[in-house]
Write a protein that binds this ligand. Structure first.
Ligand code: GDP
Ligand code: IMO
Ligand code: MG
Length: 427
């Protein structure tokens, strides 16, 4: 399968890193590509019991033989990029090729200053961002005052662009937020300090990827964030500032939709969310605490505790629809080993009415309460299962029921963080 998209079907942290690593090691993959977001992502890969986390780099950086690509739709902090690369090199990881799009936008330190100041200003309405400058960098891009990677190689152009970017920002910072202005010289010097190391990595990644696909090579697009955090399709305004849905992959990589062969939605056997915003199946009781503890639900990037709740089939059906999923990869089924009875949200009740599809407005979504169906637990350790037939009967029933109600077939199931702790349902 030449072009495969792996994306998040819930609110992030579904196990996209594991799914990418798995696909990249079972079939030879030539390119692993990030197409949106930045170092707000945190993807965990466990290889032979050893844990790695990637943020801005695609997880494919750990796959021997694969070239990693940071495409045009990503917002790149050069500081975070080199910090992450150096961290992996220090651990003795052999880094394959790394290519960065000349058109990717740059996150400078002022973006994260503005991110944090804006959040503070929002008070109780804050989004709960990662504070990495993602929103302000995308705002500059859309406002046409962004700085692109290519600009780092021409000092006079860079200076003009930094001046334009800081002009309005500094008015806001000094007059509204009561902060000191950001100096153009400091930003230019900061960005220029990375240009020499960055230069050999920079290319036209759209051309590179399309030529690879023309040659029949395999390209894996590794999603970051998730469908419900999508700027257009997520729980706005409690979203990230990019389009992590499948359509965003085409924009973010410069490849046409006709080139994509598979779109895999990664989804947990329950639900988590970090940051603010509505979450109909969220639990505030001992079950929520148990999911958090057993699932190890702590953010990889910010160390924040993830909010936990039961599986939401309305979200799953919505993810199937807006992404045109060809299949799901269901992760963390093993976390549910301990329950006698497992609730699954099959629909919502909104203002006294049953609603089977994602409601049209955010106001309705805020009012949604889950309608649950209950499944018998299996109360057995399934982490050693390697085929669907190995699973206890009740776990098979649970997976089949989720498949039935979620709008796409389930290709594989994760029963532990390790690469090998996976079973294929429909190969
Ligand atoms: P991502 O952002 O989508 O790549 O996901 P994260 O890495 O932020 O969070 C997923 C967490 O679940 C990581 O700690 C993974 O190691 C872990 N994980 C992934 N799949 C499984 C699974 O099937 N079972 C268990 N127990 N853990 C898993
Ligand atoms: P991965 O790729 C979970 C959330 C933040 C916040 C909102 C906006 O690991 O699944 P931002 O800093 O992007 O402006 O924050 O989005 N968020 C994530 N939540 N996993 C992620 O990435 C996330 N990236 C951003 O918590 O609510
Ligand atoms: Mg994550």
């Amino acid at each position: 399968m030449p072009a495969v998209v792996v994306l998040g079907a819930q609110w992030g942290d579904e196990g996209k890193g594991k799914a990418t690593d798995l696909l990249a090691t079972t079939d030879p993959i030539d390119y692993v590509v990030r197409t949106s977001g930045g170092h707000n992502a945190g993807h965990t890969i466990v290889i032979d019991g050893e844990k790695y986390a990637t943020h801005l780099l695609p997880s494919g950086i750990l796959t021997p033989g694969a070239t990693s690509v940071i495409a045009n739709g990503v917002v790149v902090s050069p500081e975070a990029l080199f910090r992450e690369l150096d961290g992996l090199l220090a651990r003795g990881v052999e880094i394959g090729g790394l290519v960065v799009s000349a058109n990717a936008h740059v996150i400078a330190s002022y973006h994260s200053v503005i991110d944090k100041v804006t959040e503070r200003f929002l008070g109780k309405n804050q989004i709960g961002t990662t504070g990495r400058g993602i929103g302000p960098a995308y705002a500059d891009k859309v406002g046409r005052v962004g700085i692109r990677v290519a600009d780092l190689f021409d000092e006079s152009i860079l200076r003009q662009k930094v001046e334009a970017a800081l002009d309005l920002r500094n008015h806001l910072l000094t007059k509204v937020y009561n902060r000191r202005a950001i100096e153009v010289d400091e930003v230019v010097a900061e960005l220029l300090s990375y240009s020499e190391r960055l230069r050999p990595m920079v290319a036209d990644t759209s051309l590179l990827l399309n030529q690879a696909l023309d040659r029949g090579q395999t390209v894996l697009f590794e999603g970051a964030q998730a469908t419900m955090l999508d700027l257009d399709h997520g729980t706005y305004p409690f979203v990230t500032s990019s389009n992590p849905v499948a359509g965003g992959v085409c924009v973010g990589a410069g490849v046409g939709p006709t080139r994509i062969d598979r779109v895999i939605g990664v989804i947990k056997a329950y639900t988590t969310r970090v940051g603010s915003g509505p979450f109909p199946t969220e639990l505030f009781d001992a079950d929520g605490e148990a999911l958090q503890r057993i699932g190890g639900e702590i953010g990889v990037s910010t160390g924040r505790t993830r909010r936990c709740g039961w599986y939401d089939a309305v979200v799953a059906r919505y993810a199937s629809r807006v992404n045109g999923l060809t299949e799901f990869f269901l992760t963390k089924l093993d976390v549910l080993d301990h329950w006698d009875r497992i609730p699954v949200c099959v629909a919502y009740e909104i203002d006294g009415q049953r609603v089977d599809e994602m409601p049209m407005t955010q106001t309705e979504f805020h009012h949604a309460t889950p309608i649950y169906e209950y499944f018998d637990g299996w109360k057995t350790d399934i982490s050693g299962c390697r085929t669907f037939a190995d699973l206890p009967k009740n776990a098979q029933v649970y997976v089949e029921a989720l498949e039935e109600m979620s709008g796409s077939k389930i290709w594989g199931v994760g029963v532990g963080p390790g690469r090998e702790q996976t079973l294929v349902v429909h190969g």
